[in-house]
Design a protein around this ligand. Structure first.
Ligand SMILES: Cc1ncc(COP(=O)(O)O)c(C=O)c1O
Length: 508
């Protein structure tokens, strides 16, 4: 077919030109509609959701069925995956089948598999299947849950879920809370609250320049999110006082008291204490009662980081480890770590939300809810305004497995990790460096006449290149040690025992 441009050039009479003009416009319109029709046919529509969701679910099913055969840690080199993607974005729509095939071809082998039953590194980030389904529903509604009125069910279910978890962890009636994205955000909220409490709620208004130096106390066993919170809150690393620990790696109460006294004498402003139950490196737990006694006597705000070990507190027999937690002003624990809620999901309990609201709440006119001044708008409890509907996955999780089902998993993880600990302790070439804390211990490879740090680091590389298990390292009292924790939702005793075979086989 001739193109309209060529027809135009060969005509002369005015009538013919007008007629051709009409034809030409019709042709162009038809062409445009035709092209768009193809384009729109390719584009994925909402009514195609179940088709592609079914296709994705099939992939998920195969993924979990074959996961044990995959290396746990990604075996790709830096830049390898990026090199498989086009440099520029596509101008035209791509059909979903091609997109999913590309996903299957490129992505899984470039992933470290956090849901692998032999993921023994860091701490777990579990995704129990029932919580994955909840998140799928959340994704479909894609609600912005910043205010009660922008999603009443999300706010109200969040209130109930925080209370279910409060009961599950044995915390006192009356403690309330909020679901955040991460423990880092909850700790930042608590540190901002400490700062504002100490400054009489004037820091947000005046800024910190020229003000008293606000001091926060913690131990070297807490997670680096505490350091970051002090940076972001304008308190500064120099004003985060790391108190020495005793033989059990709990903050030493006498050293805390001495530091507070010295700071007051120097005209500095003590604001709060960050405590931990289950520190990241080797699971350190502060002995809370004497430290909380000092906090109460000194009028200091307290925040307890139990991001990982908080989940274990659903087991009543473990609660003695955080005895006193009920007296903390703020506690964070991540159901997305050990409990099984799909990442991300971090619960911050508050003895009284008022101080945090004083430090955090802003209500411009465009965020007012007509006629409902008293309702809970969770954005006022946290730094970000926008928030996902995270409570749904807790609701699904607790109902689908029951607290007994969740407790059973945690008890198994601890029992199996202890069994592995005991086996390694009995091996002549291995030394336990820090003993069992919940399901975590650390060890070194210590064959005779060799540098244990060097040997341990080399062994770790061999283990993770092998891929059957995944372990990570930390420095403990200057020693390079391997951490072992069991906590993946689907992990079995055989998976944990395989770690012994892999570790001892690759040590030779
Ligand atoms: C004890 C502890 N606190 C805080 C964090 C930070 O958690 P998030 O990634 O939720 O900020 C971690 C992370 O592993 C942790 O182990």
């Amino acid at each position: 077919m001739q193109c309209p441009g060529r027809i135009w050039r060969h005509c002369c009479s005015r009538t013919r030109r007008r007629n051709l003009e009409k034809i030409s416009i019709r042709f162009l319109l038809k062409k445009a509609v035709g092209a768009n029709k193809d384009k729109y046919e390719i584009e994925m529509k909402y009514h195609d959701y179940s088709k592609w969701s079914e296709r994705a679910s099939q992939w998920v099913r195969t993924y979990f069925e074959t996961l044990r055969d995959q290396p746990v840690r990604a075996q790709t080199a830096p830049g390898e995956i990026a090199a498989r993607l086009p440099i520029a974005p596509p101008e035209q729509a791509t059909d979903m089948e091609t997109i999913l095939e590309d996903f299957e071809r490129i992505v899984p082998e470039g992933m470290t598999h956090w849901q692998h039953p032999r993921f023994f590194a860091y701490f777990p980030a579990n995704a129990a299947p029932a919580s994955m389904i909840a998140d799928q529903l959340t994704n479909a509604m894609a609600a912005q849950c910043m205010l009660w009125q922008t999603s009443p069910a999300a706010t109200e279910i969040e209130q109930v879920m925080v209370d279910w978890l409060r009961q599950a962890l044995g915390l006192p009636d009356g403690m309330t809370g909020v679901i955040q994205d991460s423990a880092s955000s909850a700790t930042l909220s608590a540190v901002l609250t400490m700062r504002e409490q100490a400054l009489g709620n004037s820091g947000n208004q005046t800024g910190l320049a020229g003000r008293e130096r606000v001091r926060v106390y913690t131990s070297a066993q807490v997670h680096s999110s505490v350091d970051k919170a002090c940076w972001v809150a304008g308190i500064g690393q120099d004003n985060l006082v790391k108190i020495e620990t005793d033989g059990d790696f709990s903050m030493r109460a006498s050293a805390l008291q001495a530091a507070i006294d010295a700071d007051r004498a120097a005209g500095l402003l003590p604001a709060g204490i960050v405590l931990c139950t289950g520190g990241t490196s080797m699971g350190a737990c502060d002995d809370l009662p004497p430290l909380l006694g000092i906090a109460k006597a000194e009028g200091l705000y307290t925040h307890l980081d139990a991001a990982w070990a908080g989940s274990a507190m659903i087991c009543p027999e473990l609660r003695h480890i955080w005895a006193g937690a009920e007296r903390c002003d703020s506690i964070v624990f991540n159901p997305h770590k050990w409990l099984g809620a799909q990442f991300d999901c971090s619960v911050q309990f508050l003895a009284d939300p008022t101080p945090q609201l004083s430090a955090m709440a802003l209500r411009p006119s465009y965020l007012e809810t007509q006629g409902h001044d008293e309702i809970t708008n969770f954005n006022e409890w946290t730094v970000p305004l926008g928030r996902r509907f995270r409570a749904l996955k807790i609701w699904f999780l607790i109902r689908a497995y029951g607290l007994e089902g969740l407790r059973g998993r945690i008890r198994n993880h601890i029992a199996w990790a202890t069994e592995l600990h005991d086996k390694l302790a009995g091996h002549p070439d291995f030394t336990i460096i820090t003993g069992m804390r919940f399901s975590l211990f650390t060890f070194q490879y210590t064959p005779q006449d060799a540098d244990p740090d060097e040997k341990t680091a080399e062994l770790l590389v061999r283990i993770n290149n092998d891929g059957r298990i995944y372990l990570t390292q930390t420095l403990h009292n200057g020693k390079y040690v391997i951490r072992f924790q069991a906590g993946q939702f689907d992990c079995t005793r055989d998976d944990v025992m395989m770690a012994y075979d892999v570790i001892t086989e690759l040590a030779q």
